[in-house]
Design a binder for this molecule. Structure first.
Ligand code: AMP
Length: 291
């Protein structure tokens, strides 16, 4: 596996491959890799000639009070996992190489970046779209793989790619969960043993809410069920958001009549301050009988 620390080295490696007609699959990550990340990597390996993974804890997507300094890092472990899967290249830039002095340009997807997580993490998605656009220009992928675990992020990236006419296929990949339903996340390592035991509550609450939705065909009742379940846990410090949303616009559907909602799918999405972590998760649901 080739390892690149330098932007120009990475860029010229990719340029050479694209000139030879090779397809490049790309998986951007912040490291501390788990099976969720690796599912994206495996998919890329299946679908492309070359697979590139980046590990970069991007400072501009963290707020001043957030966990940039304590974000889990395991570079040696990550490198071994990627090597054993057969990844072709690992891109490991430093913040100084990505944001040299004088850096001035940011990209924002308006209208989606302020909602859900964006309301609680101002500037977060601007940091994400800016770094992803830079990584796309450096790695030059044919396809890029993103997890539906971060539903809003994947939607925002897809929108950026469409609006800026980037010639890259965005491949959304299903959420990989622990056996008890907890969505895998590097941040789960912040949880104490006791907190970890109850941390599948978001998944269980969303499954209950889905059941309510199917039985009642009422968005507001489903959202009530969701919140009732989330409030039961002693570890929940704050429910930042917990509702059902339009998966294209992120409009909150709780006050919408199912009969006038014309779409086939909706998405439950939740963010909690839970124990020592901030947890997010979501569940895409079909609206009964709509094909
Ligand atoms: P991160 O390192 O958290 O920035 O995540 C890098 C990529 O892996 C993003 O596209 C995430 O959506 C994806 N990802 C993280 N956790 C999971 C998971 N449990 N299942 C599927 N994809 C995931």
């Amino acid at each position: 596996m080739k390892v690149f620390n330098d932007v120009l080295d990475m860029q010229s490696y990719s340029k050479g491959l694209r000139l030879k007609g090779k397809t490049i699959g790309f998986v951007p990550t912040m490291g501390a890799l788990h099976e969720g990340h690796l599912s994206l990597v495996k998919r890329s390996l299946e679908e492309n000639d070359i697979t590139v993974v980046s590990i970069f804890v991007n400072p501009i997507q963290f707020g001043p009070q957030e966990d940039l300094d304590r974000y889990p890092r395991d570079l040696e472990g990550d490198r071994k996992k990627l090597e054993s899967l057969g990844v072709d290249a690992l891109f490991l830039p430093t913040p100084e190489k990505m944001y040299p002095e004088g850096f001035k340009t940011y990209v924002t997807v308006e209208g989606l970046s302020e909602k859900l997580c964006g309301a609680f993490r101002p500037g977060h998605f601007r940091g994400v779209t800016t770094v992803v656009l830079k990584l796309f220009n450096i790695v030059k992928p044919t396809r890029a793989y993103f997890g539906l675990k971060d539903f809003q992020q994947t939607l925002i990236i897809k929108t950026m790619v469409r609006d800026l006419n980037l010639d890259i296929e965005i491949v959304p990949c299903p959420t990989v969960r622990e056996p008890d339903g907890l969505a895998m996340s590097s941040r789960n390592s912040y949880l104490s043993e006791d907190e970890r035991r109850g941390a599948n509550l978001i998944y269980l609450a969303m499954k209950e809410a889905e059941k309510t939705l199917m039985e009642s065909m009422s968005f507001s009742r489903a959202v009530e069920t969701l919140n009732e379940h989330l409030r039961k846990s002693p570890h929940v410090r704050e429910i930042q958001y917990a509702s059902l949303y339009d998966p294209e616009t992120l409009e909150d559907l709780r006050d919408v009549d199912v009969k006038i909602y014309g779409k086939k799918e909706a998405v439950f999405a939740v963010a909690l301050l839970y124990g020592k972590a901030r947890l997010i998760d979501n569940l895409i649901v079909k609206i009964g009988g709509r094909e």
